[in-house]
Design a protein around this ligand. Structure first.
Ligand code: HEC
Length: 174
């Protein structure tokens, strides 16, 4: 019994301490203030595990048609390159100021399946700056973006530049 009382007391004190910390304003939300190693691990592990879990059961349609890759490129150039860079695109002002910093997809895309890329692009990631594109884009367009992103790790700067030139000037797509 005493043991249970002690446990409840500690839980109440812990909760009280946590609330006091939240209300004190001492948690620095500045994007220039990096997460601690523990917070970083917690957030990125929860995020990675969630993406694996949520994408289970999503099956990619056939995406080999070069027209699909071109369509994905056009969306990527318009909406993603500022945050995620590309072969030959080495930095951007918006990426420098974000916390967490968006990964370079030419490296990170390797570890995700097409279904996982589709899920992330469609739904976004809470509290990170990664927008959900599902509210504004059809599944067909999102699959095209996923198909293009999956090509990024094997794309050279010259190939990216050639796609850019072939697609003509950047204009609005929805
Ligand atoms: C405003 C910046 C921003 C834009 C624009 C943006 N993203 Fe992101 N994206 C992020 C951030 C931030 C993360 C999460 C980083 C983290 O969890 O550490 C992310 C994560 C991702 C991931 C998961 C990668 C990983 O390894 O965690 C994918 C895939 C992705 N974005 C694709 C896209 C695509 C495709 C577009 C364009 C349609 C796009 N993003 C536009 C900021 C952005």
């Amino acid at each position: 019994m005493n043991c249970i009382k002690g446990f409840v007391m500690i839980a109440i004190l812990g909760l009280g301490g946590g609330l006091a910390l939240v209300y004190s304003g001492m948690i620095n939300v500045a994007a220039t203030n990096p997460h601690s190693a523990l917070t970083d691990w917690l957030l990125s592990t929860a995020s990675d595990q969630s993406i694996h879990y949520q994408a289970k059961g999503i099956i990619a349609p056939p995406l080999n048609d070069p027209k699909i890759i071109t369509e994905g490129f056009e969306h990527y150039r318009e909406m993603c390159v500022g945050c995620h860079l590309a072969p030959g695109v080495k930095s951007s002002e918006i990426r420098k100021g974000l916390m967490p910093q968006p990964p370079k997809l030419q490296e990170a895309a390797e570890e995700w399946t097409l279904a996982e890329l589709f899920w992330v692009i469609k739904n976004g990631i809470k509290m990170t700056g990664m927008p959900a594109w599902g509210p504004t884009h059809s599944d067909k367009k999102i699959w095209a973006m996923a198909a293009f992103v999956k090509q990024l790790p094997k794309m050279t700067p010259a190939q990216y530049k050639a796609m850019d030139a072939a697609a003509g000037p950047d204009h609005d797509h929805d």
